[in-house]
Design a protein around this ligand. Structure first.
Ligand SMILES: NC(=O)C1=CN([C@@H]2O[C@H](COP(=O)(O)OP(=O)(O)OC[C@H]3O[C@@H](n4cnc5c(N)ncnc54)[C@H](OP(=O)(O)O)[C@@H]3O)[C@@H](O)[C@H]2O)C=CC1
Ligand SMILES: N[C@@H](CC=O)C(=O)O
Length: 345
């Protein structure tokens, strides 16, 4: 039986995910005997569509590409328009909610409420939104468990690169003492382009046009996006209930091309580094720009690529390098989570 999905938030990642489902439909069925059917899509300004038997992905993409809105989707018997996110969760016949609204770095809303409502209505949640995981992990994980549903969010850290499944699945049995790395695609891309001669504003515009930046890019350049990822890694991977006030956070917003040139003249390169370390005095967590030697492995991670190193007592340091942002890459993260749910069904 097809696994029915309701999408909340239909921006870059939402569209990327629908394109993946359209393109991989046959392969998923043939290789994995899995069929996903999107029955609802709800977006704040682009509108909302629901059909209990499934929406035509070609028509959804045509409506968005040609009109920027779901309102242009053709009429058909049984089609319902106009649900908001709460109505979607309450009324849809979907098995899983895919939450891809913007990340609010202060409150985590409305995504935290979306999770709570979905769990109460016995629906799984897959999300790329970082807010609920960073701010309400323990509470929401308990609610999902109590309602017998799954809550997955692989895309919240390093988009489609499995930065969360790696420690949870294959590094299990190790004590992880330190996690550090590059966790933001936008700023890593900007630093590379500034080294190539672009001004700060030009580099930011490019990162936005490539779909890497947050709806409000302040989150990227001030380091809050990395701070959120540090909180997720601490809570989910290390089981440490770290809060935002526990983390020293400095972004790249004050950096100029002169800073970049200075590093270059010293044979170094700036990177925005997130780090969590267990020490005798407790946990030390920071987000800050660091000048690295060019032969440091992290110095070679450029563009929207990210890297994470898990320092483990048994396996030693294990580093994963891969996309940290991107429409297709993050859409893929949703697919990984949905396949994981489907395999457990
Ligand atoms: N882009 C990337 O590379 C990555 C993104 N993420 C996360 O994935 C999520 C989506 O990212 P992305 O697609 O790039 O962001 P976008 O800003 O492109 O899309 C977010 C969408 O959510 C919609 N939205 C906001 N509030 C609501 C609501 N209450 N109900 C319904 N829809 C709503 C917005 O509507 P409208 O625009 O119509 O107002 C917008 O279309 C974010 O949380 C982001 O942090 C995670 C990893 C990587
Ligand atoms: N804006 C973020 C998107 C992924 O989390 C980034 O640039 O890394």
């Amino acid at each position: 039986m097809a696994h029915k999905l309701a999408l909340i938030g239909f921006g870059g990642v939402g569209k990327g995910f629908v394109e993946i489902l359209r393109d991989k439909k046959m392969k998923l069925k043939k290789d994995h005997q899995i069929e996903f059917k999107i029955v609802t899509i709800t977006d704040l300004y682009k509108g909302s569509l629901h059909h209990p038997d499934g929406l035509s992905l070609d028509e959804v993409l045509k409506a968005i590409d040609e009109n920027g809105s779901l309102d242009a989707y053709p009429e058909q018997p049984g089609l319902i328009r106009g649900w908001n996110s709460k109505e979607t969760i309450e009324k849809t016949n979907a098995d899983s909610i895919v939450e891809m609204t913007y990340t609010d770095v202060k409150t985590g809303q409305p995504a935290i409420d979306h999770c709570k409502w979905a769990f109460l209505h016995k629906k799984n949640v897959v999300m790329t939104n970082k807010g609920p995981v960073a701010l309400a992990y323990n509470d929401l994980a308990e609610q999902a468990h109590a309602n017998g549903v799954k809550w997955f969010f692989e895309g919240a850290v390093m988009s489609g690169t499995p930065a969360l499944r790696l420690p949870k699945m294959t590094l299990t049995g190790n004590e992880i003492n330190k996690i550090n790395g590059i966790f933001n695609g936008t700023t890593n891309y900007m630093l590379m382009r500034m080294e190539e001669g672009l001004e700060y504003d030009e580099a930011l515009k490019e990162a936005q046009s490539l779909g890497y930046a947050e709806a409000d890019p302040t989150a990227d350049v001030e380091g809050y996006d990395v701070l959120y990822k540090v909180l997720i890694l601490a809570n989910v991977v290390l089981g440490i209930p770290l809060k935002r006030e526990d983390v020293y956070c400095k972004g790249i917003s004050t950096m100029t091309t002169d800073d970049i040139k200075e590093a270059k003249s010293l044979g170094k390169r700036w990177k925005l580094i997130g780090s969590i370390q267990k020490t005798k005095e407790g946990v030390k967590a920071t987000v800050q720009p660091v000048m690295l030697d060019l032969d440091d492995p992290l110095a070679g991670v450029t563009g929207a690529m990210n890297a994470i190193t898990y320092s483990c007592d048994l396996s030693g340091a294990v580093t994963l390098v891969g996309a940290g942002a991107g429409i297709k890459e993050t859409g893929f993260a949703v697919l990984i989570d949905l396949i994981a749910i489907e395999r457990e069904r």
